[in-house]
Design a protein around this ligand. Structure first.
Ligand code: NAD
Ligand code: TYD
Length: 350
């Protein structure tokens, strides 16, 4: 019997991780700890929240005392840490919140795990979910590998990089069995509509302008969220303590090309003549410090753990668009704050 703490399980990637672990490992007890910020939504988990091996804890990873008490009480075997402030644009306007959540929150979790595990590390693991953005920006060529030096540019990536350094420090200093993975941009259902793909789906649907930063020439490497989850499962169970893995889709797109592809799919699905929504493209002032290109060399995880993305981009992108078009209620709730009412209904003031 394993007890696993998953932080940030009500968010985009976290909800897919929770669903996967609850369904695939009925013998594990899964504890989803989430503060339910604007990005956390329990409606992402309605299909698993009644399962006997699922438990929800509304809590803030910044609350060191609560975190320590929880580790003491539950004696977790493993931690998969996803809770974070995750949006670059928000980090530019409010960097301090990113230091609080992403750096201090991570250190509180590390400290509680170290204190409660107390050197008895057999069968234990602390897994930090990180991002390729810690490596900084690439030019037109080259790929990020696990040995690329950290060179973050945004307050978001600087905070994630700092947290990763603390995770490594807990391994190197205290022998804690930590692992880190750095993944490229995820896409799929349940992503909060401030990120490029769900935001633009919503805007195309409602004939609203599509704010393309700069000239739309920045490049991202897109991975379907469930492929990320498969990688997380493998790394959690098989990675050696102290190791790092890069995860990527081998699927680079210039923003403007991705947006045109999205428009093509949306116009078809909405029954609009091809190209109608191209007129919504609006070039706006570039994001400050906007990284030109991210691209991942995922050969280590392929060679050591046998992982490869399974979902072809054409298929995953179409499936993603369908999901948002068929889940209008979800969209309306996350943009209107109605999911807070859902929380009250489900969990009262807990
Ligand atoms: P998200 O913003 O959708 O979800 C974050 C979750 O963390 C939310 O449920 C939120 O309520 C919770 N949270 C925030 N602050 C908290 C706090 N103080 N205490 C407890 N819970 C808190 O983010 P996401 O896109 O799902 O990303 C999850 C993780 O994966 C992050 O660590 C992010 O850095 C990393 N990551 C994301 C991507 C991506 O493309 N989205 C790519 C690589 C890595
Ligand atoms: P985003 O989804 O915010 O992910 P990240 O910045 O973590 O890669 O943005 C993806 C790309 O799309 C990035 O290059 C910024 C760009 N972008 C826009 O051009 N307009 C927008 O409104 C948003 C949200 C992003």
């Amino acid at each position: 019997m394993k007890k696993i703490l998953i932080t940030g399980g009500a968010g985009f990637i976290g909800s897919h991780v929770v669903r996967h672990f609850v369904n695939k490992y009925p013998g594990y007890q899964i504890y989803n700890l989430d503060k339910l910020t604007y990005a956390g939504n329990l409606e992402n988990l309605t299909d698993v929240d009644q399962k006997p091996n699922y438990h929800f804890i509304k809590a803030d990873i910044e609350d060191a005392e609560l975190i320590m008490d929880l580790f003491q009480r539950e004696q977790f075997d493993g931690v998969i840490h996803l809770a974070a402030e995750s949006h670059v644009d928000r980090s530019i306007t409010n960097p301090l919140q990113f230091i609080h959540t992403n750096v201090l929150g991570t250190v509180h979790l590390l400290h509680a795990a170290k204190t409660i595990w107390h050197g008895h590390y057999e069968g234990k693991k602390f897994y930090q979910i990180s991002t390729d953005e810690v490596y900084g920006a690439l030019g037109d060529t080259g790929l990020f590998s696990e040995t690329t030096p950290y060179n973050p540019h945004s307050p978001y990536s600087a905070a994630k990089a700092s947290a990763d350094h603390f995770v490594r420090a807990y391994h190197d200093t205290y022998g804690m069995p930590t692992v880190i993975s750095n993944c490229s941009n995820n896409y799929g259902p349940n992503q909060f509509p401030e990120k490029l793909i769900p935001l633009f789906i919503n805007n195309i649907k409602h004939n609203k302008p599509l704010p393309v930063y700069g000239q739309g020439l920045n490049v991202r490497d897109w991975l379907y969220v469930e492929d990320h989850v498969e990688a997380i499962d493998l790394i959690f169970h098989q990675a050696q303590p102290g190791s790092t893995y890069n995860i990527g889709g081998n699927n680079e797109w210039r923003n403007i090309d991705l947006i045109k592809k999205l428009i093509e799919i949306m116009d078809r699905k909405l029954g609009r003549p091809a190209g109608t929504s191209l007129s919504l493209i609006t070039y706006v002032t570039d994001r400050a410090g906007h990284d030109l290109r991210y691209a991942i060399d995922a050969s280590k995880i392929r060679e050591e753990l046998g992982w490869e993305p399974k979902v072809r981009f054409d298929e995953g992108f179409e499936k993603t668009v369908d999901w948002y078009l068929h889940n209008e209620e979800w969209f309306n709730h996350v943009t209107s704050g109605e999911y807070e009412e859902y929380y009250q209904k489900m969990y009262g003031n807990r």
